[in-house]
Design a protein around this ligand. Structure first.
Ligand SMILES: *[C@@H]1O[C@H](CO)[C@@H](O)[C@H](O)[C@H]1NC(C)=O
Ligand SMILES: *[C@@H]1O[C@H](CO)[C@@H](O)[C@H](O)[C@H]1NC(C)=O
Ligand SMILES: *[C@@H]1O[C@H](CO)[C@@H](O)[C@H](O)[C@H]1NC(C)=O
Ligand SMILES: *[C@@H]1O[C@H](CO)[C@@H](O)[C@H](O)[C@H]1NC(C)=O
Ligand SMILES: *[C@@H]1O[C@H](CO)[C@@H](O)[C@H](O)[C@H]1NC(C)=O
Ligand SMILES: *[C@@H]1O[C@H](CO)[C@@H](O)[C@H](O)[C@H]1NC(C)=O
Ligand SMILES: *[C@@H]1O[C@H](CO)[C@@H](O)[C@H](O)[C@H]1NC(C)=O
Length: 430
């Protein structure tokens, strides 16, 4: 079974769920009314990961199938097995819902690629941890032992937002055996695709962008009410966001307490244009968490800006430039460095948690300008969610004053900055 997720935005993305039947105990089981299947969930979303508390996948059996046993994951409910001859069965529910085991699972319950507590990395960040696998033995197929695909796949990853298509026949999965000298093929493989939609997730925006520059003391903060409006009472510190009204779980609701602000976003991304050198420019990027009860582990930030078509270097984040299709501007993906800032911490003692880096970008002298807000990002995404940008009319303006400097002063300043920059390079570049 294969599940593919694709994004409305133009970077190539997919999320695959692959179910293969029979490669393990083999088709020989079918006459007994049993089959073995391996289910693999692939996250091909480049910059959307599956965070705590992890994925849950569900389906509806079309006949009277039951799950006799399972490894690498578990069915959340066993259901009523009393009318089956397999009373010890793992789950007899018509619509089982499956969740991942943790790394503390006992070895006999484990299988290849399992047991990461349902957490999947974004594909562009760590492809080796962007998939999850488990195995099921299915019983009670009836007399003709004919295998039909389950229907109505559901995926919570972890909340709502994904919708899955039908499981369709795909090329039988081939794997290698005897150290790669023999290829074995499974009996049957089905594949389905699931796509994420912010609209389905029923999310009010979760993130906003603020801007500042070295050339203008004015800061453009996030627009008022970017993610909802705060109470009229301005003396309270903590506010409840009017978010996720459709999500019934207490888990989601407890996540909605944020530090009060005019924007009411749980996350703010700040872009500060810090320096303008002769052939480089420098930006300081800060991501702040306004939640009282939520850390973002494995966070990522995607920035769309034409400047990333040139070389760039982030000092305190891991980064990569993604291929973009149908966009003239390049996109760069940033994420935390292991054991340093991969966790974006919640508000502590009323100070927001934050992670920050400086980014050095090379200039394309034909296009670089500080005019008309060119140096500001076009779009920013946090964990795959679009961040609300301020209106261009509110961007910090480039003052006209520089043209009043006499040419000699200009040259002197340029030289100084250039020297300072070269020195910096020597100290910070390995
Ligand atoms: C799948 O969902 C559709 C629409 O809700 C429903 O008509 C159909 O009976 C479901 N399939 C099964 C096997 O329950
Ligand atoms: C894991 O193993 C234990 C016995 O060691 C068993 O009781 C349990 O049902 C197993 N869980 C799964 C998901 O197979
Ligand atoms: C379980 O299924 C049996 C047989 O269909 C039925 O008699 C029994 O009432 C069911 N038990 C529950 C708790 O639903
Ligand atoms: C900063 O903002 C104030 C108030 O909006 C405005 O009067 C002033 O001109 C701005 N300063 C600059 C340098 O743009
Ligand atoms: C967030 O991380 C901090 C520090 O590791 C921890 O004290 C806190 O309990 C975490 N919050 C949640 C909701 O897990
Ligand atoms: C950056 O990310 C890559 C891929 O996840 C990883 O191999 C590398 O160790 C990371 N670098 C740092 C400094 O964390
Ligand atoms: C800069 O110049 C433009 C046109 O020359 C003018 O409209 C604008 O008000 C000036 N801005 C400042 C901050 O002086």
């Amino acid at each position: 079974m294969e599940l593919i997720l694709s994004h409305l935005w133009h970077i190539t993305l997919a999320f695959t769920l692959l179910i293969s039947l029979g490669g393990f105990a083999g088709i020989a089981l079918l006459p007994l009314g049993l089959f073995d299947a391996r289910v693999t969930i692939h996250n091909y979303y480049q910059y959307r990961h599956v965070d705590k508390p992890g994925w849950k996948v569900g389906w509806t059996w079309t006949k009277n199938e039951i799950i006799l046993s399972m490894s690498g994951a578990f069915a959340i409910q066993q259901g009523n097995c009393s009318s089956y001859k397999f009373q010890y069965a793992h789950s007899c529910k018509k619509d089982p819902e499956i969740a991942d085991l943790g790394s503390d699972a006992s070895t006999q319950n484990m299988t290849d690629g399992c047991c990461r507590s349902g957490i999947l990395s974004a594909y562009a960040i760590n492809p080796a941890k962007s998939f999850s696998s488990f195995e099921v033995t299915v019983a009670n197929l009836g007399m003709n032992a004919h295998v039909t695909a389950p229907q109505n796949l559901t995926l919570m990853a972890p909340g709502p937002g994904y919708s899955c298509g039908l499981l369709e026949d795909a090329k039988p999965t081939i794997s290698s055996d005897i150290g790669g000298r023999r290829q074995v093929q499974v009996f049957k493989t089905w594949k389905a695709a699931c796509t994420y939609s912010t609209f389905l997730a029923n999310k009010v925006p979760v993130c906003c962008v603020s801007l500042s520059t070295f050339y203008n003391p004015n800061i453009t903060s996030c627009s008022m009410c970017s993610c909802g409006c705060r109470d009229a009472d301005k003396t309270t510190f903590s506010c409840i966001r009017q978010a996720n009204e459709l999500s019934q779980s207490d888990f989601m609701n407890s996540l909605d307490i944020v530090q009060c602000s005019d924007h009411m976003c749980p996350v703010r991304v700040h872009w500060h244009i810090k320096n303008n050198y002769m052939d480089h420019w420098r930006v300081k990027l800060t991501v702040s968490n306004y939640n009282y009860k939520r850390n973002y582990s494995g966070w990522n930030v995607l920035v769309q800006h034409p400047g990333f078509s040139q070389n760039s270097m982030a000092y305190s984040f891991n980064s990569s430039v993604l291929p973009s299709v149908g966009f003239s501007e390049k996109v760069a993906l940033f994420w935390g460095i292991s054991y340093y800032n991969e966790e974006l911490l919640q508000v502590n003692d009323n100070r927001v948690g934050s992670v920050t880096t400086e980014i050095l970008l090379k200039k394309d002298l034909d296009s670089f300008t500080l005019r008309n807000g060119w140096a500001f990002p076009r779009r920013i995404y946090f964990n795959g969610e679009d961040c609300e940008m301020p209106l261009p009319d509110d961007f910090p303006m480039l003052p006209n004053a520089s043209s009043t400097l006499n040419p000699a002063t200009n040259c002197f300043l340029l030289l100084l900055i250039f020297l300072a920059f070269k020195t910096q390079l020597i100290f910070t570049w390995p």
